[in-house]
Design a protein around this ligand. Structure first.
Ligand SMILES: [Zn+2]
Ligand SMILES: [Zn+2]
Length: 140
């Protein structure tokens, strides 16, 4: 077992998830790809290696991972869900031109929110849309 597989197995066990080969590979793929893949992206990549894999299986694995807080689900504008192995608080920027989703850091403590006195916040999602640096350079 290589270090990356060992780390994935450990994480799954910590979260009370049985570390099946499929779950380990989905988790590894998410950790290695920082581009917030869709179910289709993950399926298309892994099906060559695991021919018995189905899209439903990938979907169910991601659902389980979200419930156990192993990964987080990102939804921006469209109904298409994208998945993220980074569960820490961070913002997402979606480029309207190339469709890429970029991570950026957010300091929640310094964010000024008004009108929510006595509210309890359970989740933070910070989404921005626009044109990314690469596409902007192309435009100019
Ligand atoms: Zn772009
Ligand atoms: Zn992210």
């Amino acid at each position: 077992m290589n270090a990356s597989i060992r780390a994935s197995v450990k994480l799954l066990k910590e979260k009370d998830i049985r570390p099946s080969v499929q779950r380990i590979r989905v988790l590894e793929y998410l950790q290695n790809s920082k581009n917030h893949p869709t179910v289709d992206n993950i399926y298309n990549y892994l099906v060559n290696e695991i021919p018995t894999l189905s899209k439903t299986t990938v979907y169910n694995i991601l659902k389980l991972f979200s419930e156990k807080n192993v990964t987080s689900t990102v939804r921006i504008g469209t109904n298409e869900a994208r998945y993220d192995a980074d569960t820490s608080v961070h913002g997402h920027f979606k480029c309207e031109k190339c469709g890429n989703i970029y991570d950026f850091n957010v300091n929640i403590e310094e964010l000024k929110l008004t009108g929510l006195d006595k509210f309890k916040i359970n989740e933070h999602h910070i989404y921005l849309k626009g044109i990314c640096k690469n596409c902007k350079i192309e435009e100019e």
